[in-house]
Design a protein around this ligand. Structure first.
Ligand code: SF4
Length: 494
């Protein structure tokens, strides 16, 4: 008989449901909890976590859980007049301690649920703390492991001076959401060439129109483009001529005279040709990404990539040979069937190529609700952790410093993706997209525009998700640009 994997969260006497749920998800990711805000435990859900605040002379905090028939509980007291923030934090800490003991799993990022740990470090530094004080204070509060704390601090120290200081300095993102085939682990909006080929000419045409619209808006609101990022998908999946069309639209309509960087995510080796690289160089991009993800042929095959490790290396060497001086390579720790030895071999070979930056992603492990108790799961999680730890040690030793970091949401251990770069080769766009303190205009389907006002207020405007919608409803989408104009007017006058 299938085991019942349903989980309930019961709240009594408080309204801290969001953080309590986020804490439970550190240990039990990838499940949809049955939320019981009326305080009653459901009779038909076998796994149940209850959190409770009982008022009195002092405040009693109590948490209990039944997981797979095993029960546990914890409680403590706080002064009756404690601030709400302290009540919420203490309740989550109590739950964290209980679930850590019941599952036997100690999360490397501790109690920290946010995806941007670096921002916490930067906030401490901005408040006048030294790096040591910032690290000690965050470690004590969130129970972060020494290794993760060091990674966050090192990243903050590289990132802090690079961040732009004027809200009128913006990024431009251009989406080309097509790929030769779809990778088995893909969580992006991307369409295989096979299904979308006929749409591409129409898509490119509309994309160029949207770029032209931005070309008028950017100077009209006194904005300045600091970074351009053509991403996907795999932008080099389209033909050299189509790529030229998109990049010509940028050259014609966007003033990139003040841009610090211009990236084209070439991505998959099976799409990179001398002709496309020549277009990218000629049209002024300064940085490309060649993303092997792994240099193990058997793993490439399992994930559905139609190229070999040799092709990825050759694509990199071709780009170097053609004069590209800023090349990133993306790797993924935890790909299906990859091993620690395989990952370590990939890392060694990629480092030997000396790309300017190396980004190490950890694969999302959403099935952990089923996994966290099993040996396979412990093995998988521990292995991905070891791969991430190896990167965090070997890359700085080789001269690549961590410069951006974000944690995967709703995955085992909320492990992190980290960009490492040689000094001066840090990619601003990657920092901005995570930092959420800078405006980014997004063009193309699935792209999101985010306007950040100096008071921190953020307006998001999403483009249509699928190419056929983007093409067919382009005019309707342009109507939304009126909202964008209104927000940009506020940014302009700030
Ligand atoms: S190359 Fe990237 S975007 Fe394209 S299918 Fe693979 S994971 Fe998805």
């Amino acid at each position: 008989m299938m085991e019942d994997r349903r989980y309930a969260l019961v709240f009594r006497g408080h309204h801290f449901g969001y953080e309590v749920q986020a804490t439970a998800k550190i240990f039990i990711p990838g499940v949809r909890f049955v939320l019981c805000e009326d305080g009653r435990e459901p009779e038909d859900v076998p796994n149940c976590i209850t959190t409770e605040l009982c008022p009195g002379e002092s405040l009693l905090l109590h948490v209990s859980a039944v997981l797979d028939g095993k029960a546990g509980e914890r409680s403590c007291t706080l002064a009756a007049d404690s601030p709400e923030a302290d009540q919420e934090f203490t309740l989550c800490r109590l739950l964290y301690d209980l679930l850590r003991d019941m599952t036997g799993y100690t999360p490397p990022w501790g109690l920290l649920t946010g995806i941007r740990p670096v921002r916490k470090v930067i906030q401490c530094l901005d408040a006048g703390m030294t790096t040591e004080q910032a690290a000690a204070s965050l470690r004590e509060r969130y129970l972060i492991s020494p290794e993760k704390m060091q990674l966050a601090v090192d990243t903050a120290l590289v990132q802090h001076p690079i961040l732009p200081h004027s809200p009128k300095e913006i990024g431009l993102y251009i989406s080309i959401p097509f790929c030769p085939t779809r990778c088995s682990y893909c969580s992006f909006v991307s369409h295989s060439m096979e299904t979308a080929k006929a749409l591409i000419p129409g898509y490119v045409e509309k994309l160029c129109e949207e770029i032209a619209v931005y070309g008028k808006m950017i100077p009209a609101f006194g904005l300045q483009v600091q970074s351009v990022y053509i991403g996907g998908g795999t932008p080099t999946a389209i033909s050299a001529q189509e790529l030229r069309q998109v990049m010509e639209a940028v050259a014609t309509h966007i003033d990139i005279g003040h841009a610090r960087e211009y990236t084209v995510e070439a991505g998959r080796a099976d799409t990179i040709t001398r002709e496309k690289l020549a277009v990218i160089r000629e049209m002024g991009a300064t940085r490309i990404s060649v993303n092997p993800q792994t240099l193990q042929d058997n793993v490439l095959e399992v994930i559905g990539r139609k190229h070999t490790a040799r092709q990825a290396v050759d694509a990199f060497l071709l780009a170097r040979d053609m004069g590209f001086e800023d090349i990133n390579m993306d790797l993924i720790a935890g790909l299906p069937t990859d091993t620690y030895e395989g990952f370590s071999d990939t890392l060694r070979r990629v480092m030997a190529l000396a790309p300017d930056s190396i980004t190490v992603h950890t694969l999302t492990l959403k099935r952990a609700a089923d996994l966290y108790r099993t040996e396979t799961a412990d093995g998988t999680i521990a292995q991905v952790e070891r791969m991430a730890a190896l990167s965090a040690k070997a890359l700085p030793e080789g001269g690549w410093r961590p410069y951006y970091l974000y944690r995967q949401k709703n995955t085992v251990g909320n492990l992190e993706n980290v960009g490492y770069a040689k000094p001066g080769k840090e990619n601003l766009y990657n920092i901005l997209i995570m930092d959420e303190t800078q405006t980014i205009l997004g063009a193309g389907c699935g792209a999101s525009t985010k306007v950040v006002l100096p008071d921190g207020d953020i307006t998001r405007i999403l483009n249509y998700k699928f190419p056929y919608e983007y093409i067919d409803r382009f005019e309707k989408m342009m109507e939304k640009k009126q909202t964008l104009r209104e927000v940009l007017a506020k940014l302009s006058s700030s």
